[in-house]
Design a protein around this ligand. Structure first.
Ligand SMILES: Nc1ncnc2c1ncn2[C@@H]1O[C@H](COP(=O)(O)OP(=O)(O)OP(=O)(O)O)[C@@H](O)[C@H]1O
Ligand SMILES: [Zn+2]
Length: 602
């Protein structure tokens, strides 16, 4: 672009000033002699070109280009004379006696106009007409990727290691397959499904597989595409996208990176582009609200920042189903490796279970990449099979090339395994506590691991003993690190938040502290509105009581974990091995009978 500009400017500027200025008389003589081919005039200034060159009056050589000035007294006879001698007259402004700068500016004008027109049309074409508006990196509007005969369609068989997630999408598939059956029953269907999970966990793949399973067209767009555009276009593209999808319903619309337009308003949005974002988001919401619910268009959106999404997005009737897509555990990684080595001839020494063992933390995309790198190595070495050596070399390469640490350091895994085992073990030991459903050290979101326990039946009132049990369980992670390593890490932030909330409730809201008494000691918002606030002295007492409860619970947690150290080690070891333990397995490994059943009736 720069090169083009200079060349254009240079030509224009250097092209003048060479020609001599001749007298008007001489000019008339040349006209009379029939030797003038062309003239340009502006006002009284004339530039022209002779048919055959003349000797230069101002110096040596000859000239054929010239300039002259028409005297004010020249009459219109000139015109007659010119025409009678067949002179081609072109009237047009001539650049003359201008500064370097104004010449430059004038030279730029046509380019600026051209560029503006160019951009305008490129965008128009790209935005609306389905043409090739690729000049500015814009993608053409999404075309449905339906079941095409030439390409293999993606199905659930192509997705591995995230079986629970597939299960959650089964009914979406069923609905897309038999929309009429649902319609007849008057059943309302999910309109939007939000897939939340870190990059590379297979969200796009999953959405594609839902379409493939149901055999319906798949429209895919990335939310960031919408806001790259000039204002107003994002929303109209959304409108088109939905119109297209409705035409061929049942169908799926997939919107990747929904967080780029769906982040909560006012959360770090830049000033520019803000409107466009909001308009586009509103258009999506409007389209979804406009669904009658039985049209058969399902919107699947993906994000790796579910935490920053505008709550408007997850309201009922919109993306009201949120499905978390976590990275795979060991078994899952093995299954994914199998899928991605389906078409690769493997040498007998390849041990996929072992590969799965040494790749904790890797996502499906990482593993697909790993398999491909190994195949590339084998080709380079002219082997006809991929060997275990290729795979481990590929692993090294993939890890070196990655920006983030793909494989969690063993040190962190061990610590996480103990942390989660601490939560779980105390949950299992505590009479009356909610049963432990699942323990995992597969990181999700910002958590390095998760221990889930949910009540068998919904409880509406909690005893003091139950609440203390919850606090002890929540402190269990920290306590386990304390017992095993003698130091604690930052991994317990969330746990402490929970602990604090429960303790505050016990002391200040539920009358479970002798010293504070049966007072609602921390005013609710409503009470504050009436000017009711706790006395400073009361706040001190509350603080002291909360500390006392939490300290007592922590002592008990430490005590119990020391007492049951063997169980703690067993759980942590099993977690390191398989990364995820389901309820029955967890209780078996800890050697604890499930107590939950009896206590639930209490
Ligand atoms: N669970 C899985 N099973 C099989 N292959 C997987 C799985 N997860 C990811 N992959 C492989 O990784 C590729 C990339 O995954 P995909 O694009 O679906 O991830 P994503 O979660 O949508 O990532 P992003 O957030 O970066 O868009 C897939 O095309 C597939 O080859
Ligand atoms: Zn924890």
């Amino acid at each position: 672009m720069i090169v083009f500009l200079l060349a254009y400017f240079g030509l224009n500027y250097l092209g003048q000033g060479n020609e001599p200025t001749i007298s008007y008389t001489e000019f008339s003589r040349e006209v009379g002699a029939g030797n003038v081919a062309t003239i340009y005039s502006k006002g009284d200034a004339i530039q022209g070109q002779l048919k055959s060159p003349r000797a230069n009056p101002e110096g040596g050589g000859t000239y054929s280009k010239f300039r002259t000035q028409r005297p004010a007294f020249a009459t219109d006879k000139l015109w007659q004379e010119l025409s009678s001698h067949g002179v081609t007259v072109t009237a047009r402004p001539v650049v003359q006696e201008r500064s370097f700068l104004s010449n430059l500016l004038i030279s730029l004008i046509p380019i600026v106009i051209l560029a503006a027109v160019w951009i305008f049309f490129a965008r128009r074409i790209g935005a609306g007409l389905g043409g090739a508006g690729g000049m500015f990196g814009r993608k053409p509007p999404p075309k449905p990727v339906g079941p095409r005969p030439d390409s293999k369609r993606t199905t659930f068989a192509d997705v591995a290691g995230i079986d629970e997630v597939k299960g959650e999408l089964d009914d979406v598939v069923d609905f897309l397959e038999h929309p009429d059956a649902y319609r007849r029953m008057g059943a309302k269907l999910p309109r939007g499904v939000l897939l939340a999970g870190q990059p590379g966990t297979g969200k796009t793949l999953l959405a594609r597989a839902v379409a493939g399973e149901a055999g319906v067209p798949f429209f895919s767009a990335s939310a960031s595409e919408f806001i790259e555009m000039i204002v107003g276009v994002g929303a109209s593209r959304v409108r088109e996208l939905f119109a297209e999808a409705r035409k061929v319903a049942p169908s799926i619309i997939f919107i990747d990176e929904i967080d780029t337009i769906g982040r909560a308003r006012g959360s770090g949005a830049s000033m520019s582009g803000h409107d466009e974002r909001e308009q586009t988001l509103n258009q999506i919401l409007t389209e979804m609200d406009g669904f009658s619910g039985s049209e058969g268009v399902i919107v699947i959106a993906a994000t790796n920042r579910a935490d920053i999404l505008d709550p408007a997005l997850t309201r009922p009737g919109r993306f009201d189903r949120v499905v978390n897509v976590a990275p795979p555990d060991r078994g899952g990684r093995e299954a994914i490796l199998r899928i991605h080595t389906r078409d690769i001839p493997l040498a007998p020494d390849v041990d996929l279970p072992q590969m799965a063992r040494v790749t904790p933390g890797m996502t499906g995309a990482d593993l697909a990449n790993l398999a491909n790198e190994a195949a590339l190595l084998a080709v380079k070495r002219k082997q006809d099979q991929v060997t275990a050596g290729d795979l481990s070399e590929a692993l090294e390469k993939v890890q070196l090339g990655a920006e983030r640490t793909l494989v969690m350091p063993e040190e962190d895994r061990r610590r996480t395994a103990y942390h989660e085992s601490g939560h779980a073990l105390l949950g299992m030991l505590q009479p009356g506590a909610d049963p432990v459903r699942k323990i995992t050290i597969v990181p999700r979101g910002r958590a390095l691991g998760v221990t889930m326990s949910t009540p068998e039946v919904e409880r509406y009132a909690h005893s003091e003993e139950y609440l203390r049990g919850r606090i002890i369980g929540a402190l269990g992670g920290m306590a386990a690190e304390d017992v095993v390593y003698g130091v604690v890490t930052t991994g317990a932030e969330n746990d402490l938040e929970q602990v604090t909330n429960i303790a505050r409730g016990m002391v200040a809201r539920w009358g479970m502290s002798e010293r504070v008494g049966r007072l609602s000691a921390l005013p609710s918002d409503a009470q504050q509105a009436y000017g009711l606030a706790a006395a400073p002295h009361t706040l001190d007492v509350i603080d002291g009581e909360m500390r006392r409860i939490v300290d007592e619970c922590y002592e008990e947690a430490l005590h119990k974990l020391r007492e049951h150290r063997g169980r703690l080690d067993a759980l942590a070891g099993a977690l390191l091995e398989s990364e995820t333990l389901e309820e029955a397995e967890a209780y078996r490994i800890a050697g604890i009978p499930r107590l939950a059943k009896e206590s639930e009736t209490a």
